[in-house]
Each structure stands twice: as structure tokens, then as C-alpha cells.
Design a binder for this molecule. Structure first.
Ligand code: NAD
Length: 474
């Protein structure tokens, strides 16, 4: 469709949604639950279609699709349905002495018409996850899926068109031009998942309309491997967290900081795990159906550059390094002898290259982390509680997992999101509901101190005495 036509359709859909958002303010929990049940039903009935669409985009293995795209979404829906009545219930707050005689509570009002912009790496999960929170909160929404995963985007559009009227949920496929036109509209909330650099563009556009934002961004998430740990177990967890989805995961360990005493043992353990996971029959990892591909040529070239830049500056390949451009295949790759002037040390890798850097003392690892932007996730492997505690207390990140990787994403009651460069605001479960809700403060006057009007002008004796007493008490 030519851009002019899409823009007109966006304008029309946006105004439909804006009008509808007013009546949605009164939508009941039953209405919202019905929408969520319909969504869940469609997903369960079209399981195979979802698998095929995502596999067509970058050969994501079916078991990975089942867990990381479908299960996470259906379980998020189940959790929202189970808790929605409680989340929606107004929350009474206690009354301070000054306002004695009044009563107050917080009412959860839907923010209104929301824009959800999604990335390509978990194309279904990261478009529909935020939609679940939006619907639970009583919002309507426009979704802009990623242009890089056209099969998944078309499926999302089909699903939404079969389930919702455009005044409730609509999908606009397309690249940044479509995104930019959407961003010119005064949405009530924008939920963006993507890179920090585009996150800044989104926030600037949102500022024009003072639209609130949730920014789920990326960055370099480290894994720290202390010497006091079962190295084989840690290696298995790191290998899975890093190479699932071919390393194209926002919370994948971007690089390893390993205690120098155990560096070579840990690298060996990682090599073993990679053989076990992706090449158990020694037919070559490229023949494993359990290993996804790089999403497109642009990203394959970006990763090839990162690897050749590191090698030209002295990095050593300890595993992998093979690239088959015809199939967008990039072997799981371990790199040591890393230096700060390599681009792998500076940029988010977002692919199957794992730089391994040695440290001597926990404090050195902590200083290294604190000299960089705050990551989305941090993984700390140690059996020594003091080491874990000092990492927890002395560093800042969106989330931390002690002695595992990535699995915090599955916990509905943990706020998911970053901090500063890795994001603003939180998602999942109740936190997602709150992201799409205006926490409206409501105070009801009855016959309280402030209703005596003694504090109004002309300021007389009674008002003076009350003010004096207040200043003394507080
Ligand atoms: P991206 O920022 O390039 O694109 C994300 C979305 O923004 C896409 O829909 C794209 O069309 C749109 N977009 C791109 N440029 C735009 C512009 N100039 N103006 C308006 N819209 C624009 O990200 P990506 O490559 O799709 O995904 C990878 C990034 O996302 C990584 O940095 C990764 O860490 C991050 N990510 C974060 C999370 C999270 O939950 N925090 C999850 C997945 C991915």
C-alpha cells in the first residue's frame, strides 16, 4: 500500500480508537477477561500456524517457539485473567492526621489509546505480551510489528483482524516510515521494545505530545563466573542462555567476566556444552535443527564485521567462527584475548559471539561493570554469598539472576525491564497492567479539618492557631 494511503488509514484508525477509549474507561473485568480468553483461544487453535510463520522468518526451532513465543504469552494471559479483578479493584489508602475526616483511594484508569512497537527477535511474544497488559488495563492499541520478520508480522495482523474491531486493536505492518507516522499521533501511552538508539527517537517523539513511555531496550548484559562454582553447570546455563535464538535475545549474556583462575576450565566446559547441545551426533552444528539462523543479511554482515574486527585486533577464536552466508548461518563462537578497542567490547552483540574476559578480583569485575551503561540483565554465578551480595549491592541493572541465565523473564511477579540505557518502566503481570494504567488519586471530603474553611482568607485567629499547630506537629 502506498504510504499516503497507509497514513490515512492510520489517521482514521487512530481517531476511531481515541473515541472508543472513552467508553473503554468503564469496561468491566468480565469484558477484558473475555478479550484475553479469545486471544488465548486463537493462539491455542493456531499453534501450528504460529510455529510455521516464525520458523519461516529465521528457522527458529519449534521447541524454542513453543517455549519463548507461545508459552510465555499464554501463561501471561492466564496470569492476567487470574489476577485481573484484584488488579482493577480500587486500593484504599490510609488518611494522614492533617486530612482527618476524608477518605482516599487509588483507582486504576486505562491510560487510553496505546502504541506498541515491537522488535523482530521474539516477534510474537514481544508484540502480544504488551497487548495482554494493555487489554487487561482496559486500553485499546495499535501494534507495529517488525518489518524484519514478515511472516510473523502477517500472522499477528491476521490474528488481530480475526479477533478485534479496528477501534479496539489494529496492526500496521511496515518499516520506520510507518513507525514515524504513528509516532506523530498523540497516543496515551507508547510501549516500545527495541534498541537504545531507536528508544531515544521514540522518547523524543513521545515528548512532543507528553505521552508516557515504556522503553524495553537492550545493551550488553554480562555474566560473571566466580571461581567458587560448578563450572560445567554454569557453562551449560550460559551456553543455553547465550545461543538460544542464535544469540538474538535482549537478555542473552552479551559477554563473560570469568575469574582468571578458572578461565581455561570454563572455556573447555563451554566447548563441551556446545558440542552436546548442537552437535551430539558429530554431523556439524549447521545440520542441527535446534540452532536458529541470523534474521537477515544486514545482521549477518554486522556480526561478520564484529568477528573480523575482533580477530584483526588480536582476539582468539576458542570455538566456532564459521559463517555460511547462503543460509545466514553463524556458528556459536567463543572469543578470548579480548581488548577494549574491539567493537565486541563496546557494542551490543545480539548474535552468537561470546567474548570471554578474565578478572582477578570480584571488585575488578564490579568496577568494569560500573564503568559502562547499566545493563538489562546481570548474571552472577557463585556459591559464595558474599560475592553475590557485593555484586547485587554495588552494581545497577534491570534485573539479576544468581546462578542461572535468562529465566527471570518467565516470572510474572517480577518487574521486567531495564534502567537508563537499557530501558524505562517495567513489563509483565501486575507491572505491565500498571504501565498501561493511570493511577488516579481520589480523595473524598466528608466533615474533616480542612472542610472547616478556617485556613481560607481572610486569615484569622483560628487559621493561625491551626497553622502553628501543624508546623509544630510536622
Ligand atoms: P530496533 O530498535 O531497530 O527496531 C524496533 C522497532 O522499531 C521495529 O518495529 C522498527 O521498525 C522500529 N524502528 C526502527 N527504527 C525506527 C525509527 N527511526 N523510528 C521509529 N521506529 C523505528 O530493534 P530491533 O533490531 O528490532 O531489535 C533489537 C534490539 O531490541 C536490541 O537492542 C535488543 O536488545 C532490543 N530488545 C529488547 C528487549 C527487551 O525486552 N528489553 C527485547 C527484545 C529486543
Amino acid at each position: 500500500m502506498p504510504n499516503l494511503e497507509i497514513n490515512q488509514l492510520i489517521d482514521h484508525t487512530f481517531s476511531l480508537q481515541k473515541s472508543k477509549s472513552i467508553s473503554l474507561r468503564e469496561s468491566s473485568s468480565q469484558h477484558r477477561i473475555k478479550q484475553l480468553e479469545n486471544l488465548s483461544g486463537w493462539i491455542k487453535n493456531h499453534h501450528e500456524d504460529i510455529r510455521k510463520a516464525i520458523h519461516a522468518d529465521f528457522k527458529k526451532p519449534y521447541p524454542e517457539i513453543d517455549i519463548t513465543e507461545i508459552f510465555v504469552v499464554t501463561s501471561e494471559i492466564k496470569n492476567a485473567i487470574k489476577n485481573l479483578q484484584d488488579w482493577m479493584k480500587p486500593k484504599k489508602v490510609s488518611t494522614p492526621l492533617t486530612l482527618l475526616g476524608t477518605s482516599s483511594y487509588i483507582q486504576y484508569e486505562p491510560k487510553g489509546t496505546s502504541l506498541i512497537i515491537a522488535p523482530w527477535n521474539y516477534p510474537f511474544n514481544l508484540a502480544i505480551g504488551p497487548l495482554i497488559s494493555a487489554l487487561a488495563a482496559g486500553c485499546n492499541a495499535i501494534i507495529k510489528p517488525s518489518e524484519m520478520t514478515p511472516h510473523a508480522s502477517a500472522l499477528i495482523r491476521r490474528m488481530i483482524e480475526e479477533l478485534f474491531e479496528p477501534d479496539t486493536v489494529a496492526v500496521f505492518e511496515g518499516d520506520l516510515e510507518v513507525s514515524q507516522h504513528l509516532l506523530s499521533k498523540p497516543f496515551d501511552h507508547i510501549f516500545f521494545t527495541g534498541s537504545p538508539s531507536v528508544g531515544k527517537i521514540i522518547m523524543k517523539a513521545a515528548a512532543e505530545n507528553l505521552t508516557s513511555v515504556t522503553l524495553e531496550l537492550g545493551g550488553k548484559s554480562p555474566a560473571i563466573i566466580d571461581k567458587d562454582i560448578d563450572l560445567q553447570d554454569a557453562a551449560a546455563k550460559v551456553a543455553w542462555g547465550k545461543f538460544v535464538n542464535c544469540g538474538q535475545t535482549c537478555i542473552a549474556p552479551d559477554y563473560i567476566l570469568v575469574h582468571s583462575d578458572v578461565q581455561s576450565e570454563f572455556v573447555n566446559a563451554l566447548r563441551n556444552e556446545l558440542h552436546k547441545m548442537y552437535d551430539p551426533h558429530k554431523k556439524g552444528i549447521e545440520n542441527s535443527s535446534d540452532y536458529a539462523r541470523i534474521v537477515n543479511d544486514k545482521h549477518l554482515n554486522r556480526l561478520s564485521y564484529l568477528l573480523s574486527d575482533a580477530i584483526s585486533k588480536g582476539a582468539k577464536i576458542d570455538f566456532g567462527g564459521r559463517i555460511l552466508p547462503k543460509d545466514n548461518y553463524f556458528e556459536p563462537t567463543l572469543l578470548t584475548a579480548i581488548t577494549e578497542n574491539m567493537d565486541v567490547s563496546q557494542e551490543e552483540i545480539f548474535g552468537p559471539i561470546l567474548p570471554i574476559i578474565a578478572y582477578n578480583k570480584t571488585d575488578d569485575a564490579i568496577s568494569y561493570l560500573n564503568s559502562r551503561p547499566k545493563p538489562l540483565a546481570l548474571y552472577a554465578f557463585s556459591n559464595n554469598q558474599e560475592v553475590i551480595d557485593s555484586i547485587l549491592l554495588q552494581t545497577s541493572s534491570g534485573g539479576v539472576v544468581a546462578n542461572d541465565c535468562v529465566i527471570h523473564f518467565l516470572h510474572h511477579d517480577l518487574p521486567f525491564g531495564g534502567v537508563n540505557n537499557s530501558g524505562i518502566g517495567k513489563a509483565h503481570g501486575h507491572h505491565g497492567f500498571l504501565a498501561f494504567s493511570n493511577e488516579k488519586a481520589i480523595l473524598k471530603q466528608r466533615k474533616g479539618l480542612t472542610s472547616s474553611k478556617s485556613l481560607y482568607p481572610p486569615y484569622g485567629f483560628a487559621g493561625k492557631k491551626i497553622t502553628e499547630a501543624l508546623l509544630k506537629w510536622f
